[in-house]
Write a protein that binds this ligand. Structure first.
Ligand code: ZN
Length: 273
């Protein structure tokens, strides 16, 4: 019976070197190596034979529902033009076969989001509102990884269009500052609440170091994808969903739509520089 915990511990070690997000590995390790159980090597147990292939994703009950994507292309990023205003994109002008999943706000902290994002292993950009996440910033720290980045979506979620420069700057820059403190990376992108912006928004954002803001081309709600144009996801499209009760169904619907279109999810920060 000793071989079982040893084998699981070795599997956890393999996951560690294969670059699986840290949070998942920690959880796997915690389960795999209960206190009092000898570490592999310490007891002189033989190493298990290397017959098991190296897993690329953690085992998950969602595995069967998640589409398999081909490897993403090497990004050919668009360059944000210099100027007094942040850039603004409805979609990314690329012909590469990629689309972008974005998830907004943060009010509903679904208990399955962490496992689902880790199991899917695809790039995702989060636009988080300070007021909706301040009761539990750690929840989003656990989602963060080299594929899941956190960008700004204001402090209190007002409609910015028509508001003063001072208010817009406070909302955008204040939220970027706070997210930087919590998550160790200051956002370089933003999404204005409701997608409402004006030139003051773009100026305020640029003045505090943000490069670009993003609208969207598809929305996902209660497991359904709604298209602003046509009936399929196009290369460069940006899908918008929220942290809502149907998180699992929404996320899987977004993946299925991207897969059906022959595209692969990509990270906004890999495509806008
Ligand atoms: Zn929002």
């Amino acid at each position: 019976m000793r071989i079982v915990p040893v084998a699981v511990a070795v599997l956890a070690a393999i996951l560690l070197v294969s670059g699986v997000p840290g949070a998942t590995v920690q959880r796997t390790m915690a389960r795999a190596v209960p206190s009092g159980v000898a570490q592999p090597g310490a007891s002189g147990s033989p190493e298990p034979t290397a017959a098991t292939p190296t897993p690329t994703r953690p085992a998950s009950k969602y595995a069967a529902r998640l589409p398999q994507f081909s490897a993403p292309p090497t990004p050919e990023p668009v360059t944000v033009p210099d100027g007094p205003n942040a850039a603004w994109y409805h979609r990314i002008p690329t012909s590469q076969p990629v689309a972008f999943i974005t998830i907004d706000d943060g009010w509903v902290k679904h208990p399955e989001a962490r496992e689902l994002l880790a199991a899917a292993g695809v790039p995702v950009t989060l636009f988080l509102t300070i007021d909706s996440i301040k009761d539990n910033p750690d929840y989003f720290r656990q989602l963060q990884s080299d594929k899941v980045t956190i960008e700004a979506h204001t402090i209190s979620h007002p409609s910015l269009r028509g508001q003063s420069y001072a208010l817009q700057r406070r909302e955008l820059c204040g939220s970027a500052d706070q997210l930087g403190k919590w998550y160790g990376r200051r956002p370089i992108f933003f999404r204005p609440p409701f997608g409402n912006k004006d030139t003051t928004t773009l100026k305020a954002a640029r003045d505090c170091g943000m490069k670009a803001g993003f609208f969207w081309t598809e929305t996902v709600h209660e497991g359904k994808v709604r298209y602003q144009k046509g009936k399929t996801v196009q290369a460069g499209d940006i899908l918008l969903m929220h942290f809502r009760p149907a998180f699992v169904e929404d996320f899987i619907a977004a993946l299925v739509a991207i897969h059906r279109a022959g595209l692969t999810p990509a990270l906004l920060s890999d495509y806008v520089r």
